[in-house]
Design a protein around this ligand. Structure first.
Ligand code: ZN
Length: 175
């Protein structure tokens, strides 16, 4: 996946259908009615929720591209309240594609949550128990098998961070 077009095609024809079929095991009639990509360069967040046509997600293209362009190991952060969680938390990722999968899973879980809200005429918090339950399933079945040895990735990531810091300090010292 190199170009924006590749990323959008991957999400549309692979990531979304995979996530939806995992959710369908618990919610058989759930469908994603809206899949939008926002190409505005200043868009800084994704959205998953209910649209007039039904449950949907809207992904910020610039952020997707940001992850695809990353070189080496990166740390993907989830919301602070659950970033440390070993199932639904942030992760060290060896390739940008995994970040795309996490983002898609996270937002589809919001879309499914709003679908359940409507179905049961209820509501809870945006990252509350209902969302966490759906997200846990999608993370486990769609994303987490790709994460690899997190302790090892963390070690490599921190070593590289230290090297970058030393390189910067060395440069500052020379000027
Ligand atoms: Zn969220």
């Amino acid at each position: 996946m190199q170009t924006l077009r590749d990323i959008k095609e991957y999400i549309t024809y692979k990531a979304v259908p995979d996530c939806v079929s995992i959710i369908n095991k618990k919610l058989p009639n759930f469908k994603l009615a809206v899949l939008k990509f926002d190409d505005a360069s200043d868009r800084r967040s994704h959205r998953g929720g209910m649209y007039s046509k039904g449950p949907g997600i809207n992904l910020a293209t610039s952020l997707l591209k940001h992850w695809m362009d990353k070189q080496g190991i990166a740390r993907f952060y989830e919301y602070p309240a659950f970033d440390e969680d070993t199932v639904i938390g942030g992760a060290y990722i060896a390739e940008g594609k995994i970040a795309i999968d996490i983002i898609t899973a996270h937002e589809i879980a919001h879309a499914a949550q709003h679908y359940v809200y409507k179905l049961l005429n209820t509501r809870c918090k945006p990252h509350g128990p209902l969302w966490r339950d759906i997200y846990t399933t999608v993370r486990t079945e769609f994303v987490n098998g790709q994460l690899g040895d997190q302790a090892k990735l963390k070690q490599i990531y921190e070593k590289r961070l230290k090297e970058i810091k030393q390189e910067l300090l060395a440069r500052v010292g020379k000027e």
